[in-house]
Design a binder for this molecule. Structure first.
Ligand code: DGJ
Length: 368
């Protein structure tokens, strides 16, 4: 084939790929081309709506198994309709400074961005692991930007809530011989899989897998959203939860998580609470479908819940990652609308769907 023909063919394929997505349709699990025709690279991600535009932040992965450690940084995309995404580039870049926590080869997972109305700053939190130390550091990393797409400036990392006991502490929790919580009391609590949540009053929370991944914590942030404030709760003690995705509906808090099987999918779990600091009550597996779909959550693991106000109805979309451990860049995204079974949020597989389909779902759900 001549070079010109090859170039024309490549351009036609790119245009076709871009066109394939330009129809307001979500295709869970399929390749999801951005405005350049390249599969979106924003894994373990989260969304932020700002001035009518949605921003999708996620881990930029590269090919192969080595793509699971940070080689590039956090990628950001923007969209007005949630299906067509413009590539806004790298929001937080790794460095080549070996003294930096975010040196190339560190682990940067599940980045989430919120905007602080008091300071006007965009604040990114993520799960940070130090280069060459596997998952031992278990720290929260924080970066800040003046502009939503960045560049984000790294502020540092820490284990949350050093020196503080949870609001629901028991005498047994304080025994360092048997309790991980007590072991980590002075230095701060382990913080792995995470998400952020901003409540209606502007108070923000970090929700993360702690205590060697056995117990999730919900931890209030300081008013500037840059640190943990020292007020936190253990969510599902010894529940073995990770991959938190949280949303609020009818005044209650709903949480979807996974079990602990590394990059392999497992059964999702869901919980409800009247107060964000708990107590949290189990609602069971939110996946509806075949036993296999329920067992492996459509091959995905939860990462974020997006809330939309549409025609007087509060709707939610649950986002999952289908990880590809051996070729990280090929990881897929499964976004599905939340439906209600009484007071339980549930998701069903759909090969394709649109926001118009979301609008057709009953606007019921539990009331506050
Ligand atoms: C599961 C987590 O949810 C992912 O974010 C990642 O940390 C993998 N484990 C690593 O095995």
């Amino acid at each position: 084939m001549k070079n010109t023909t090859r170039r024309l063919l490549a351009a036609a394929l790119l245009a076709a790929a871009a066109h394939a997505q330009a129809d307001d349709t979500f295709r869970p699990g399929a390749l999801w081309p951005d405005d350049k025709g390249v599969h979106i690279n924003a894994h373990g991600g989260g969304l932020l709506e700002h001035d009518g535009v949605y921003y999708w932040f996620g881990e930029h992965k590269v090919a192969g198994e080595a793509g699971n450690v940070a080689q590039v940084g956090v990628h950001v995309y923007s969209s007005r309709n949630l299906t067509d995404w413009h590539d806004d580039g790298i929001a937080l870049a790794v460095t080549d400074d070996p003294a930096s926590d975010i040196v190339r080869g560190a682990i940067i997972e599940r980045p989430k961005v919120i905007r602080n109305p008091r300071t006007g700053k965009f604040v990114m939190w993520f799960h940070l692991e130090l280069k060459g130390h596997r998952y031992d550091a278990a720290r929260a990393g924080v970066a800040v930007a003046d502009k939503v797409t960045g560049p984000y400036v790294y502020q540092g990392s820490f284990r949350p809530d050093a020196g503080a006991w949870p609001v629901d502490v028991t005498p047994a929790d304080k025994d360092p011989a048997t309790s991980t919580l007590a072991r980590d009391h002075a230095g701060g609590q382990m913080a792995r899989d995470m998400t952020l949540f901003v409540d209606d009053d502007g108070t923000a929370y970090d929700i993360y897998a702690s205590e060697e991944n056995h117990t999730m914590h919900v931890s209030r942030l300081t008013p500037d959203y840059l640190r943990s404030a020292g007020q936190y709760a253990r969510m599902m003690p010894n529940g073995d939860d990770e991959a938190p995705a949280i949303f609020k509906h009818g005044g209650k808090y709903y949480l979807v998580t996974s079990g602990l099987t590394g990059w392999a999918p497992n059964a999702a779990k869901s919980y409800v609470a009247d107060h964000i600091l708990g107590p949290w009550k189990a609602l069971g597996n939110p996946v509806r479908g075949t036993p296999e779909q329920q067992k492996i959550t459509f091959g995905g693991q939860s990462t974020y819940a997006l809330t939309l106000e549409r025609n007087g109805c509060t709707r939610h979309i649950l986002m999952f990652d289908v990880w590809r451990k051996m070729d990280a860049i090929d990881g897929r995204y499964v976004w599905l609308p939340v439906e209600w079974e009484g007071d339980k949020p549930v998701v069903r597989w759909r090969d394709r769907w649109t926001l118009a389909d979301l609008d057709k779902l009953p606007c019921d759900g539990p009331k506050g």
